[in-house]
Ligand binder design. Sequence first.
Ligand code: 13P
Ligand code: ZN
Length: 272
Amino acid sequence: MVLAAEFMKGFIRMADDGCRQGWHERNGGNLSYRLKPEEVDAIKPNMTPAGHFIKIGVKAENLAGEYFLVTGSGKYFRNIAAAPQDNLGIVELDQQGEGYRIVWGLEKGAVPTSEFPTHIMNHRVKKAVTKGEYRVIYHAHTPSIIALTYVLPLTDKEFSRVLWTMATECPIVFPDGVGVVPWMVPGGSKIALATCELMEKHDVAIWAHHGMFCAGPDFDTTYGLMDTVEKAADIYLRAMSCGQGIRQTISTDNLREIASAFHVKLREEFLD
Ligand code: 13P
Ligand code: ZN
């Protein structure tokens, strides 16, 4: 019943697609989805809530009582489709939005991803700024973006400009650009707060020397965003590896032309 749910199938397909891209070595990366009320109702008979709530380390009042499908800590994406109940779980948040309990899956003693604080804080911000539309938070270890964090200045503007200009469709796919979190210890509330601050303005947050977080309304859009940003980084690396630098590119005027033709608003502070 739970495994037959459309959101479960979409989640597993996305995890498999990310794995095939080479973004999920070992247990790298994690994924979470905020369930819709009707999806919760449909699987309620299959829930077996663990007794007590466990503190997350961050608080999200606007997510009180909500349910999330989330990958387990230390779990390998490549194993998800073969044994979803061991590698994924559905968790319920308490009425304060600061504790969780497992209601399905994460069997054999598993727990939600170590990046659960960042997922929850990103969901908190995105639910607020998109008026409930966004439901997916995705973290992947995307090699080309990680490589760029070793060679480009770690600023939102530098990364946004480079990535926007690496393919004509990029500014249409992520008109708000990307945010960059400097190197930080992963897995706690500090990096969660730094990331969700950027998520107020962008759908993409890059973690220096680590990977990327993307947010979106559904699995297709969020996966597509990760794929587009990573591909832009890959194009930059390929162009630079020809050894003569960037000779010509999409100009600021061209970016403005794209914005006007496709009716998107590019973040002005990245355009001067
Ligand atoms: P988890 O296995 O706890 O999800 O950690 C993987 C990861 O990518 C940490 O940033
Ligand atoms: Zn990671």
